[in-house]
Design a protein. Structure first.
Length: 111
């Protein structure tokens, strides 16, 4: 990650998902993505919980976070990948479940 600051670090509250309504997103707890200082993070929405491994990558003339994840969906194992960018103080991204659904999402930083 280098020595420069990482604007992605922190907890981001999911405020919108393409595939699921907010009631599902917040089913168990507030839906969120969290990115730690060490390239490791986590997320939860609905019955899905996952641990991420992420890095900041160049993307066109900007950068974005690309991540892979492993976790559970109602105790069934899931894995996949995704990406996020920050646009106007909003995290805008997409999550892809291996051999399954994918969904765009937006999140706002909470801490």
């Amino acid at each position: 990650m280098g020595t420069r600051s990482n604007p992605y670090i922190g907890r981001w509250r999911i405020v919108e998902m393409e595939m699921w309504d907010q009631d599902y997103v917040d089913l168990v707890t507030e839906g969120h993505f969290t990115f730690g200082k060490d390239g490791i993070g986590n997320f939860q929405f609905g019955a899905v919980i996952g641990e991420t491994d992420y890095s900041i990558e160049g993307f066109g003339d900007t950068e974005r976070v690309e991540f892979s994840f492993e976790g559970q969906d109602e105790y069934d194992p899931v894995s996949g990948r995704g990406w996020v960018v920050i646009e106007n103080d909003t995290l805008d991204g997409k999550i892809f479940f291996h051999a399954g659904d994918n969904s765009g999402f937006k999140a706002k930083k909470t801490k």
